[in-house]
Design a protein around this ligand. Structure first.
Ligand code: 13P
Length: 348
């Protein structure tokens, strides 16, 4: 048994305990600024701090959220009252985590494909983050569907990176979230997405096995099996739920601690409906908990409402909390579109 085995198991179980999911707020400065720009918020550290403060100080967030994933800048920032975000999050009853990859870069010799970097020096960075109080980590690999892609080279390189990352995390006491994202961009069908996700997960678990990653001390963060956003034939909620669960049941070992989906550009309501259908219809067949690790599908309505205006913080927090509550219900198969109307009534 590894030095951190018990702690890693406990971290995984608390993050995705019944009714809980993960809030991803680990946008790099570049991505955060891009989201700010789209709604007219200045691309400045002051606003990034204010926005992350808005999120973590949302009252009762820990009723629905087991942990939050931060970016390095946020991990080193404090609330306006001088409480380090890490400390604030832990005291609010959530586990702080950290994105440790350094981004998806062009894969040499493979136009249109990416490989995620960040292994150099990772052991030392993990030690620092652990010492600061982080207890889990995230690494995102990106798989693009297109003509003739993904290539075997792309799938293998990304799977290898994820497995090396996960092994280093487990050695250093950070519970790894392993995120292979098959992008929703493109005009591919649901069937093609199913085929690519199947191969992605198959190669990933092969590499995780090769690197001796302990499955009960990791959380898988997959994308859903869904038609590309430009596909003329869009998927029904039931089709997404069925294809996604079939793909997971085929490829994800029963000992994996849990599955927590990314939202990947789906609307907030869609992401909740899909998660709900999976749990409601297939929950009993799944050996792992199936929950959420959303960024946009939790944050976007709050971000748009806030718009950088300090007088709108409290109501923006209500919008954030509402999305967290909807997804918490969805993670137990108890979400319904009626929950969306309740919010309209509260905010009217
Ligand atoms: P989205 O839910 O916005 O896809 O983000 C999740 C995430 O953490 C991407 O790495």
């Amino acid at each position: 048994m590894g030095l951190h085995t018990q702690e890693l198991r406990k971290t995984a179980q608390s993050l995705i305990a019944p009714g809980k999911g993960i809030l991803a707020m680990d946008e790099s400065n570049g991505t955060c600024n891009k989201r700010f720009k789209a709604v007219g918020i200045p691309a400045a550290e002051e606003y990034r701090q204010a926005y992350r403060q808005l999120i973590v100080t949302t009252p009762n967030l820990s009723n629905y959220i087991g942990g939050t994933i931060l970016y390095d800048e946020t991990l080193r920032q404090s609330t306006q009252d001088g409480v380090p975000f890490l400390k604030f999050i832990a005291e609010a009853g959530m586990i702080p985590g950290i994105k440790v990859d350094t981004g998806a870069k062009d894969l040499a010799g493979h136009p249109g494909e990416k490989v995620t970097e960040g292994l150099d020096g990772l052991r030392d960075r993990i030690a620092e983050y652990y010492q600061m109080g982080a207890r889990f980590a995230k690494w995102r690999a990106v798989i693009t569907i297109g003509e003739g892609i993904p290539s075997r080279a792309c799938l293998e390189a990304n799977a290898h990176g994820l497995a090396r990352y996960a092994a280093l995390c487990q050695e250093g006491g950070l519970m790894p979230i392993v995120e292979p994202e098959v992008l929703i961009n493109g005009d591919h069908t649901l069937e093609r997405c199913a085929q690519v996700t199947d191969e992605t997960l198959h190669r990933l678990f092969n590499q995780l096995y090769t690197q001796d990653v302990a499955f009960d001390q990791m959380v898988l963060k997959p994308s859903m099996v869904i038609a590309g956003q430009d596909c003329p034939q869009q998927s029904s909620v039931d089709a997404v739920a069925e294809a996604t669960i079939n793909c997971l049941l085929k490829n994800v070992p029963a000992t994996v601690a849990g599955v927590a989906f990314l939202s990947g550009g789906q609307s907030a309501e869609q992401a909740a409906a899909h998660l709900n259908a999976m749990n409601k219809q297939f929950g009993k067949q799944c050996p792992w908990r199936v929950t959420f690790s959303y960024a946009r599908a939790i944050q976007q309505p709050a971000l748009e409402y806030w718009g950088g205006d300090s007088s709108r913080v409290a109501e923006a927090q209500q919008r954030l909390l509402h999305r967290a509550k909807c997804n918490s219900a969805a993670s137990q198969g108890e979400y319904s579109s009626q929950m969306e109307q309740e919010k309209a009534a509260v905010l009217a």
